[in-house]
Design a protein around this ligand. Structure first.
Ligand code: NAD
Ligand code: UDP
Length: 350
């Protein structure tokens, strides 16, 4: 554990005092699992900017320390290197968290398929460990689930009542069935009165700090365009996605966590602005002015044909909707990947 004793001691509380501490809302102390990753690191930044003390737990399986380097030495932030599948260190179990943002899980298809058993266990055992922590300290837990729970959807756009069309034996199952099981566990804890939970179903998210070689389409295409490499479209590019800029997603997560109305229901968070993969590529080519060629590659198995969130529930319950359109978000993303801050984009995966 790379936490200093002082920080931990200041945040620890005898169990008997925890309930009143949580109830009166006087504490603003959050655990962020997966805080070293793309979305988690932006979330840590926002929480700290909002005056919350943050402990980040990450195994750095897909995240990286450079995402958090700017927080090093910040007295409101501590990093614990730990795999959520494993028993939590005793020091962590004693901390008086009031909020647990549970993001730990690889999100890009090549990453989560690299070790599917570990991905499934992260979702099931890791989520159970975090729910038990929430139960024991009286914290509210927010799980970042995914649009993948809808699989290759037969209804369009997808609202939260749609139960999905998921292949439980395919290569994506470790992730999408894993997230479905994580949601099940969260609702079982809630039904039994063991934990207060919120469920966010995130749709495709992009922005600075995406891993340049994690294989997702936005990072691949931007890095390929900037490097002048071939731009890879899988299939014919007619499949659709709806891309949401990371700042909007972080706003949604913070609002969902604090919402009383969203208790007991999963909530889609994403940008309903649907586009084909080909249209995304055309936009990146135009915006970067690249001379890269576009090449077609085989479509991966079980790749969803269409995906677009119905965000009616998020609008109704949270008053949330995205504010950053894809051109603006891509401009910020391209600027980041072009900057010295981005570690080695020249290695983008093809
Ligand atoms: P990411 O891979 O950048 O971040 C995930 C983080 O979790 C990494 O820092 C990784 O090291 C850590 N991690 C993975 N397994 C772990 C384990 N067993 N123990 C501890 N740490 C572990 O991915 P991201 O895009 O930031 O995604 C964050 C969350 O949002 C994930 O739960 C993902 O399923 C969800 N989500 C993301 C998207 C998206 O488009 N980015 C879409 C839907 C859902
Ligand atoms: N994709 C692509 N080229 C790439 C990477 C991905 O055409 O270099 C496609 C992929 O097959 C999918 C879409 O882009 O149809 C979005 O892929 P991503 O991995 O970003 O997200 P997900 O499939 O999880 O929605």
């Amino acid at each position: 554990i790379s936490c200093s004793g002082g920080f931990l001691a200041a945040c620890a509380l005898p169990v008997t005092a925890q309930e009143s501490c949580v109830k009166n809302g006087s504490e603003r102390f959050a655990l962020v699992t997966g805080g070293g990753g793309f979305i988690g690191s932006h979330l840590c930044d926002r929480l700290i900017a909002d005056g919350v003390r943050v402990v980040c737990v990450d195994s750095f399986r897909t995240g990286r320390r450079s995402n958090l380097a700017h927080l090093e030495g910040n007295p409101a932030f501590r990093l614990v290197e730990h795999d959520v599948i494993d028993e939590l260190p005793a020091e962590l179990k004693r901390l008086r968290f009031t909020r647990i943002y549970h993001l730990a899980c690889p999100a890009s298809p090549p990453h989560y398929q690299e070790d599917p058993e570990h991905t499934m266990m992260t979702n099931v055992v890791g989520t159970r460990n975090m729910l038990r922590l929430a139960e024991s300290v009286g914290a509210r837990l927010l799980l970042t689930s995914t649009s993948e729970v809808y699989g290759d959807p037969e209804v369009h756009p997808q609202n939260e009542d749609y139960r999905g069309w998921v292949n439980c034996t395919g290569p994506r199952a470790c992730y999408d069935e894993g997230k479905r099981a994580a949601e099940t566990l969260a609702f079982d804890f809630r039904r039994a009165g063991r934990a207060d939970v919120r469920i966010a179903r995130l749709f495709n998210t992009y922005g600075p700090r995406m891993h340049e070689d994690d294989g997702r389409v936005v990072s691949n295409v931007v890095c390929q365009a900037l490097a002048g490499d071939d731009i890879t479209i899988y299939g014919d590019g007619s499949q659709t996605r709806s891309f949401c800029y990371v700042e909007d997603i972080v706003d949604g997560l913070l609002q969902l966590m604090e919402s009383e109305k969203a208790d007991g229901v999963p909530v889609n968070l994403g940008n309903p602005d649907e586009m084909t993969v080909k249209a995304l590529v055309d936009l990146v080519v135009e915006m970067t002015g690249t001379a890269s060629r576009v090449v077609l590659r085989p479509l991966p198995q079980d790749d969803p044909r269409r995906r677009k969130p119905d965000i009616g529930r998020a609008r109704d319950l949270l008053g949330w909707e995205p504010t950053i359109d894809v051109r603006d978000g891509l401009a910020r993303t391209i600027a980041w990947f072009s900057s010295a801050e981005a570690p080695g984009w020249g290695t983008a995966a093809a």
